[in-house]
Design a protein around this ligand. Structure first.
Ligand code: RB5
Length: 146
């Protein structure tokens, strides 16, 4: 499975922690940057990761900024993306099981590294439940056609 990752300067340290964990687990990681702590614009990087997921070049995506809010908004503007901003394990599991999210966002200034790793792995290792959620997701995605 190939995971797209991206961050801005406010999310660099946490992104690197998450990337190390993903690689250790054997996931293929495509890192769209940024790669240093120089101030930059999060849409430039988050959009690349989102487009890679939307085009199926990558299976899932993880984006990080200071709050996680900016990158999550950017990703959700790309057609085909369902990106959840999550900072707790319950929501991480629920958003894969119910929303079948293909991306998650986190904020380095919000969450500690230990919990961020738990959130990431809870999300990655939870399966979408399907069933009654299919129609809800269909309705959600139909909004992209309006
Ligand atoms: C950068 O200072 C900060 O605005 C950014 O990382 C993010 O939190 C935006 O939503």
């Amino acid at each position: 499975m190939k995971i797209a990752v991206a961050c801005d300067h406010g999310g660099l340290k946490l992104k690197n922690v998450l990337v190390d964990d993903l690689k250790q687990q054997g996931f293929e990681v495509k890192d769209f940057g940024t790669h240093n702590e120089e101030s930059c614009d999060y849409p430039d990087y988050a959009s690349l990761a989102a487009k890679a997921v939307a085009s199926k070049e990558c299976d899932l995506g993880v984006v990080v900024c200071g709050t996680g809010i900016g990158v999550s908004i950017v990703c959700n503007k790309v057609n085909g993306i369902r990106c959840a901003l999550v900072h707790d394990v319950f929501s991480a599991k629920a958003t894969k099981a119910h929303n079948n999210t293909n991306m998650i966002a986190m904020g380095q200034r919000v969450i500690g590294e230990g919990l961020a790793l738990e959130v990431l792995n809870a999300w990655l290792h939870t399966e979408y439940e399907g069933g009654r959620h299919d129609l809800r997701i269909e309705k959600m995605m139909a909004l992209e056609e309006e």
